[in-house]
Design a protein around this ligand. Structure first.
Ligand code: PBG
Length: 335
């Protein structure tokens, strides 16, 4: 066979990257990014009642579950090899003080106690936010002028974090985007004897349409307005670096970028600029897009799942919060 001559150098072609793509075994050897179930965190939605397992329509295969079912579902999570869950609670009733968020017998507090009792080895992360517990559905305290008040919100969030730690949460994860909440939460956790409890900060959390399905699942859509006065503008990336820097300075142990796929550049830049463990949240809308296309037969759902998760890792995330956690972990286990 005639040698191919390099068009510019006029020499026979030496560099043939395809050599390392010839076989599956070689491709595996030179693979740069590896997914590992130990990096996954599975989000779960807890509701009051017994024997409740209600599928969330825009999130096929995900359920609102009562405490008893939560324990069984968590068994599945553990068996799949996923080490951690993120808990979201839907309370019996909502009010303007988010009482259900910090009550000792609040839904998250009860769920945390039950989970830790049944599965001590499972890492239970409590989402620290107010939107599910506020009658207006905002992530903070709304003042008379209809604005979300920063400092009043931080106080309630700090109270919430302490109650979650008291219930046995292994980690708290503030997702509200109020200014100064990481510092405030760290301070009260330390005061109350929970200096060992880490904070995973939703540091760069964008105001995005991709939370839509979640708000159905958590029954937390704002009754008026939107979240743009506290969550970030999707157009900004330098601001994300400032937000992350502030949260680390205030004591965040793990930082998060959210959503993931439309913000891979943000993940990449944050990874380059900071060495704290970095989590990325593949949110409900990202999950729903893949599921919907797959259900229509328009893409291969399993391949899309693994490819996107790999891209999030490749961009620089250490940890991935994903509704695919169990499914992806099972595939990884099967090899
Ligand atoms: C609560 C919260 C939200 C998500 C996680 N925590 C929704 C929101 O901010 O409206 C979204 C997660 C997802 O879409 O999967 N503040």
């Amino acid at each position: 066979m005639a040698q191919i001559i390099h068009p510019v150098k006029g020499l026979p072609l030496v560099h043939r990257p395809r050599r390392l793509r010839e076989t599956r075994a070689i491709r595996r050897m030179v693979r740069e990014t590896r997914l590992d179930a130990s990096a996954f965190i599975f989000p779960m939605f807890v509701v009051p009642g017994e024997n409740v397992r209600a599928e969330i329509p825009p999130m096929p295969g995900n359920f609102q579950v009562s405490l008893d079912i939560l324990i069984d579902e968590a068994t599945e999570v553990i068996e799949a090899g996923v080490p951690a869950v993120m808990l979201f609670g839907i309370p019996d009733s909502k009010d303007e003080e988010a009482t259900g968020a910090w009550a000792e017998d609040g839904i998250i507090q009860r769920a945390t106690r039950a989970l830790k009792r049944a599965h001590p080895e499972l890492v239970v992360i409590a989402d620290t936010c107010l939107c599910e517990y506020m009658s207006h559905g905002h992530c903070g305290v709304v003042g008379e002028d209809g604005r979300v008040e920063n400092d009043a919100s931080v106080e309630v969030l700090a109270r919430t974090a302490v109650s979650q730690a008291r219930a046995g949460a292994d980690m708290v994860a503030p997702s509200d985007m109020m200014d100064g909440r990481i510092g405030a939460i760290r301070e009260v956790l330390d005061q109350e004897g929970f200096s060992r409890v880490p904070i995973m900060s939703y540091a760069a959390k964008y105001a995005t349409c991709f939370y839509g399905p979640f708000r159905v699942a958590a029954e937390s859509a704002p009754a008026f307005g939107d979240r743009r006065s506290y969550q970030m503008d999707p157009a900004n990336i330098r601001e994300a670096l400032r937000e992350v820097a502030l949260d680390i300075e205030e004591g965040a142990d793990i930082i998060m970028v959210k959503p993931a796929l439309p913000y891979l550049d943000v993940i990449c830049r944050v990874r380059e600029a900071f060495d704290a463990p970095l989590a990325a949240y593949q949110v409900s809308g990202e999950f729903a897009m893949i599921k919907a296309a797959a259900q229509n037969g328009w893409i291969d759902g399993e391949q899309a799942m693994m490819e996107v998760l790999t891209s999030i890792k490749r961009a620089g995330a250490d940890l991935i919060l994903t509704y695919f956690a169990k499914d992806a972990a099972r595939i990884l286990k099967a090899g």
